[in-house]
Design a protein around this ligand. Structure first.
Ligand SMILES: [Ca+2]
Length: 455
């Protein structure tokens, strides 16, 4: 009798449990060139970021969050595909000029938006795309998004603001753009949604020009850069409040991250280096996850998480299988974010700069490999200094990031077994996804004749 009853109610229980696991709305707020040390909750005293800090305090904050590249375009390709830029064919930051006109995200790449579309999501993108638009399949609307509002890439004088495939505003003023984006994001969140949504909101702040809206100039008393970052923070506040006012907080995951380390105006403290190279300050960025009543509050974790993990994490949350046609580098680190495990599933991380494999990491150990100026992408060929560290390197260098996160104490002679392991891993990944001299076995060709040249 009991068994029969169980047979009858089991299908209902399954249905109930599926209903309980409602697919969350997902909002990714992606800052530009915002350094590890450019957010108050990461220790900065020279900016004010109360809204970003609140997301972290009420959720999960990673102190070991890595992006796939230290420059804009490749980092975005890695985020969108869950794959290293070398693997997905986008290792070079693209500009809208003759040299790069045939360069963009390959149509065969599977994006986060395409994954979520399979699960019934409505996908909206606001902001800086920077993955091509003219190449077949590279426009946001051909990469899984249902609507798009933003600039093709970086701001320049005379550029246009696009709505879907049409020019919306000719030559917008840069310091008005964040306000326009935020207004659009808030209006979108407050619409009645019949299906779960994914909002990818890619800001221009804190990329040059450092030009805050007049409303924010002088607002922090900490200088123009701090005012600019505060404008970003205020946009985060408005997005968060829109979610609350729409009554969807308990079913909305908000992720905040940056695409790469800072330029001269910003800070990666206490990390060394910044944008354009492969130090921790170049590729370790703020990474925050917020979802009330699902992600336990107040968590700070040093387990390695990557921007490339977002595709597998979101696929998991949406209940959609991972793509089988491409190899993923990201892993589902959701149990780390929930605080269920404190060890990262990532065994290695590979730090590429353009086509050059420059560092390999396993857990706390990071080796920097020798490199020449000729092997560097155009953005790292010159200008060694505070931001650009190791634009050339004659001998390998080994750091322990647990005891020396600032990468100052070279331990290369002390740990030959670690050096050997990391060198073997470097060879292996080059065979797989290539470098300046090798075409990898699982590498989408980048399609550029002289990839290390700018124009
Ligand atoms: Ca950037």
């Amino acid at each position: 009798m009991h068994k029969i009853l169980l047979q009858i109610i089991t299908p209902f229980l399954v249905t109930l449990s599926l209903c309980a696991k409602k697919q969350p709305n997902i909002i990714v707020i992606f800052a530009d060139d915002l350094g590890y040390g450019d957010v108050s909750c990461y220790g900065s005293k020279s900016v004010k970021t109360p809204a970003i800090d609140a997301l972290a305090a009420e959720g999960f904050r990673s102190t070991d969050f890595l992006v796939g590249s230290s420059v804009c375009g490749p980092s975005r390709a890695a985020l969108m595909t869950g794959r290293y830029p070398m693997r997905c064919g986008s290792p070079i930051s693209r500009h809208y000029n003759e040299k790069h006109k045939d360069y963009g995200l390959a149509a065969a790449e599977v994006t986060i938006a395409e994954q979520l579309k399979k699960a019934g999501y409505y996908n909206k993108m606001i902001g800086k795309w920077h993955l091509g638009m003219e190449v077949k399949g590279s426009h946001p609307l051909d990469a899984g998004f249902d609507s798009y509002y933003g600039l093709k890439g970086n701001y320049f004088k005379g550029c246009s603001l696009w709505r879907d495939r049409k020019k919306h505003t000719e030559a917008p003023k840069f310091n008005k753009i964040t306000k326009l984006y935020t207004k659009d994001a808030v209006a979108f969140i407050q619409q009645k949604h019949e299906q779960p949504f994914f909002l990818y909101f890619a800001h221009h702040i804190a990329h040059t020009p450092i030009d805050p809206n007049s409303e924010f100039r002088g607002s922090t008393k900490l200088g123009k850069y701090a005012d600019f970052v505060y404008e970003l923070d205020d946009s985060v506040r408005q997005v968060r409040e829109a979610v609350e006012q729409a009554g969807i907080s308990e079913n909305t995951l908000i992720v905040f991250l940056s695409d790469n380390g800072p330029t001269w105006a910003g800070s990666a403290d206490p990390l060394r280096g910044g944008k354009y190279v492969t130090m921790e300050g170049s590729m370790r960025v703020p990474g925050i996850f917020h979802w009330p009543e699902t992600i336990p509050s107040g968590q700070v974790s040093d387990a390695m998480v990557s921007s490339m993990d977002l595709l597998p994490i979101f696929s998991h949350l949406a209940g959609v299988d991972l793509p089988t046609e491409t190899t993923l580098d990201g892993k589902n680190t959701w149990p780390v974010i929930l605080g269920e495990i404190d060890k990262s599933p990532h065994k290695y991380f590979h730090y590429y700069n353009g086509l050059s494999l420059q560092a390999v990491r396993t857990e706390d150990w990071k080796i920097h490999l020798p490199r020449t100026s000729a092997e560097q992408p155009y953005w790292a060929k010159t200008g060694e200094g505070k931001i650009k560290v190791y634009t050339t390197l004659d001998e390998p260098v080994l750091y322990n990031l647990k005891t020396d996160v600032s990468e100052n104490v070279n331990l290369i002679t002390k740990h030959p077994e670690i050096v050997k392991e990391l060198k073997i891993e470097a060879k292996r990944i080059i065979q797989e996804i290539g470098d300046n001299h090798t075409l990898g076995s699982d590498q989408r060709p980048h399609g550029l004749v002289n990839p290390n040249e700018k124009n």
